[in-house]
Design a protein around this ligand. Structure first.
Ligand SMILES: *Cc1c(COP(=O)(O)O)cnc(C)c1O
Length: 415
């Protein structure tokens, strides 16, 4: 987490102390570092600078318009999984020619919208979806460029809820059925086959599963070409893990990942597409929250903070570990806390028996590594207002999504 840490005893994002931000934006709020996002993107771009590559940021990791526009300005494309995300990417300035559309079940209106905007590619996940895209394209008098998402049946060794490349997962065409699927696609008038696609999971911490998948893809490209198909792009999805626990995690770097990719697929004369999400924004953001009460239970001390599971779902949904630190540098004098939110569910727990500096009501705490799958998964459960987002740019900050007022939530309903 470069760009995040203590300066003169206070926690800062770039050059801005978070306690200053909390004076203009009430807690809880997400806080992102522009420099961190740019640095993470550049690591990919530099690692692949010698190869024809398109980096399509996976918008679902963090879809704030400010975040997408930072990446658009860097030359990034986008990987989208819904019409809403496609609209976000276009509005943030990503050209349609750099947008790929993934996802297991694109609907007819979504396919129409994507075709009318002339996106680069659909990543097709099933035979029925192929037929649907073809018929919409024929009806609109257009040609849909596609790649098939292949399920390589590989265990990415990640959390079961974010593993996607095993045969029992709902994603993609089984690799054994790939040649038949391409043969069918070649017969369809509204379809132009361009390439092949995989995405085997998220938060992958070892290169081994990637290597197995790349070998399988290299074989398939050879077979498909021998069958007469033109394969000019290989989309390798996202999934590279990040270090949530800086003491124990050791994710592969973009350079190590790139070396492996190029070793297996560099010679195939294809454009390489990547869809990183978490590894661009995950360690580019934190969640800032305030201690409401310190409660002494019979077994542990609870730090009850004003952020809850509806604001940040990862700890309760995936049992995810996140560093939690106090706004004031404790200088190593730590106390054990159970850090919990105010929602009436035991799942509303951010950490158990966690060491951090002694806190009092009103103090700020920071949940680190919250830039990916944080704000995008937030809800208004408990009629709590949607958590705001702040972007720091060197010495300044701006609120890039304000907290809505109660009327805009309750007023949506019809009594
Ligand atoms: C979620 C997803 C990604 C991004 O995954 P990360 O782990 O955030 O890099 C990329 N491609 C597809 C198809 C996805 O579903």
């Amino acid at each position: 987490m470069h760009n995040f840490g203590y300066r003169s005893g206070h926690y800062c994002v770039e050059n801005v102390p978070v306690h200053e931000i909390s004076e203009s934006c009430a807690t809880p709020f997400y806080c992102y570092s522009r420099t961190a996002i740019e640095t993470a993107y550049d690591a990919y771009a530099n690692a692949f600078s010698k190869h024809d590559t398109l980096i399509c940021y996976a918008v679902k990791a963090n879809s704030n318009q400010a975040v997408i526009s930072i990446l658009a300005a860097r030359g990034s494309g986008a990987d989208v999984v819904s019409e809403g995300e496609l609209r976000r990417a276009l509005l943030a300035g990503i050209p349609a020619s750099k947008i790929v559309y993934s996802g297991v079940a694109k609907t007819v209106p979504e396919i129409e919208f994507a075709l009318n905007n002339d996106i680069l590619l659909f990543n097709v996940e099933s035979e029925p979806e192929l037929q649907q895209i073809n018929s919409v394209a024929v009806r609109l008098g257009k040609i849909a460029r596609i790649a098939f998402r292949i399920n390589p049946d590989i265990d990415a060794g990640t959390h079961e809820k974010i593993s996607t490349g095993k045969s029992e997962n709902k994603f993609g065409i089984p690799w054994q059925a790939a040649r038949a699927a391409y043969a069918d696609a070649a017969k369809l008038p509204g379809i132009e086959v361009r390439g092949i696609d995989i995405h085997i999971g998220s938060q992958i911490m070892k290169l081994g599963p990637f290597e197995q998948a790349f070998e399988r893809i290299a074989d398939l490209v050879g077979q498909l070409r021998a069958d007469g198909h033109t394969i000019t792009s290989i989309d390798l999805g996202g999934g590279l893990g990040i270090n949530y626990n800086t003491e124990s995690d050791l994710a592969p770097t973009a350079e190590q990942y790139a070396a492996l990719v190029l070793k297996h697929l560099g010679r195939l004369d294809c454009r390489l597409i990547f869809e990183p999400g978490r590894s661009i924004v995950g360690n580019s953001g934190v969640l800032v929250s305030q201690v409401i009460y310190v409660k002494h239970g019979s077994k542990s001390t609870f730090l009850i903070i004003d952020a809850a599971m509806n604001d940040f779902l990862r700890p309760s949904m995936y049992n995810a570990y996140h560093h939690i630190v106090g706004e004031k540098d404790s200088g190593g004098e730590d106390v054990l806390y159970d850090v919990v939110g105010p929602v009436c569910e035991t799942g509303d727990t951010f950490a158990r028996s966690r060491k951090l500096g002694k806190q009092e009501a009103g103090d700020l705490v920071i949940v680190e590594g919250a830039g990916a799958y944080g704000a995008v998964m937030a809800s208004t459960y408990n009629t709590r207002r949607l958590v705001p987002e702040v972007l720091v740019e060197k010495d300044g900050f701006r609120i890039v999504r304000p907290r809505p007022d109660y009327d805009s939530i309750i007023g949506m309903d019809t009594p």
